[in-house]
Design a protein around this ligand. Structure first.
Ligand SMILES: [Zn+2]
Length: 340
């Protein structure tokens, strides 16, 4: 089959690769219904994450099971499934504690920007629907695999509560999903930090009550003004840069919590800063599997439409253009059609 391979920074190709096959009894093979490009795929694309040789790209997926290994019990061929970008057994102590993204057998999904993919630890990773969803539901299910699950985790980790005040730092796809999650979790005030008109509009569509376009000290000052000098009790850091973490820490009230899901690149702060600010922090790769059954139900009921975050849809053969558009910020998030 043809699949997406990154040969180096800026060099993404749709090219011939070996078909995926069952390698272990706990594997499943799925036929992708659709796939997409993640903001984190841009780190190696921009040469900011070192890479050893060509890499099979893609870790966000939903599709139909076509084959399972002999030890797989919970999913079977013909079922529509969604899985997390972190592959987990869902039985070890960390999984049982709700941190499937630190599973003792954890692997990271790769190779999903393709018509077919192998999913390891299928029993613990995949969640099946009872019926085959309509085509119109596919983008929403696909979003649940990573971007929505990650935004949701940011809100959960930041202890968003009913009636609370939330600041979301970052207007990328994850930040926008963080806004949606905060809204679903009942936050009363959701302040989205964004300078880009189309993203501001999407943030409002997902439930933002206020938009702050300023950044740095001016951004902190504006949010302190909006919160009568108090700050927010829940802050979602969805970027992973030093400036965005500084922003998050600048607007979080004492006793408040920062949920951080942007993979840190050059982020640093000192212990004294955290000590005197009295802020709680929880982050890391999202345990999407914990939230998946609930998120899939919300999608099925039509309560949320996270697939609106895909503002560019291309046939998978044009995946290179999909990367370019996201890199140049012409697209928030690219969905890739897999119809052959
Ligand atoms: Zn586990």
């Amino acid at each position: 089959m043809y699949a997406t391979v990154m040969h180096g920074p800026g060099d993404v190709r749709y090219e011939q690769v070996a078909d995926p096959k069952i390698e272990r009894p706990t594997d499943a093979i799925i036929k992708l219904s659709a796939t997409c490009i993640c903001g984190s795929d841009l780190w190696p694309y921009r040469g900011l994450s070192p890479q050893d040789g060509p890499a099979h790209m893609g870790h966000e997926y939903c599709g139909v099971v076509v084959e399972v290994g002999s030890a797989v019990n919970t999913v079977k061929p013909g079922q529509f499934v969604v899985g997390s970008f972190c592959l987990s057994d869902n039985t070890c102590p960390h999984c049982n504690f709700g941190f499937q993204s630190s599973c003792m057998q954890r692997e990271f999904m790769t190779g999903a920007q393709a018509p077919y993919a192998r999913v390891a630890l299928a029993d613990g990773t995949l969640v099946a629907t009872e019926e085959m969803p309509d085509a119109g539901m596919i983008p929403h299910f696909l979003a649940a695999s990573d971007v929505l699950g990650t935004g949701w985790y940011a809100a959960d980790a930041a202890q968003v509560r009913k009636g609370g005040t939330v600041v979301v730092v970052g207007d990328g796809a994850v930040g926008l999903m963080g806004v949606l999650a905060a809204s679903q979790l009942g936050a009363e005030r959701i302040i989205a930090m964004s300078r880009h008109a189309p993203r501001q509009q999407l943030a409002r569509d997902f439930g933002a009550t206020d938009i702050v376009a300023e950044r740095g000290d001016a951004g902190v000052a504006r949010i302190m003004e909006l919160t009568r000098g108090v700050g927010a009790e829940s802050v979602l850091e969805c970027v992973g840069m030093d400036a965005s973490m500084e922003q998050a820490m600048g607007v979080c009230r004492p006793g408040g919590t920062i949920g951080y899901v942007g993979v840190p690149h050059g982020v640093s702060f000192d212990g004294q800063q955290l000590f005197f600010k009295q802020q709680r922090m929880l982050g890391g790769p999202a345990p999407v599997r914990r939230f998946l059954p609930d998120l899939m139900q919300r999608v099925l009921k039509g309560a949320i439409q996270p697939g609106k975050v895909f503002d560019l849809v291309l046939p998978i053969a044009q995946v290179a253009e999909g990367y370019k558009a996201m890199d140049e910020r012409r697209a928030i998030k690219t969905m890739l059609r897999v119809d052959e």
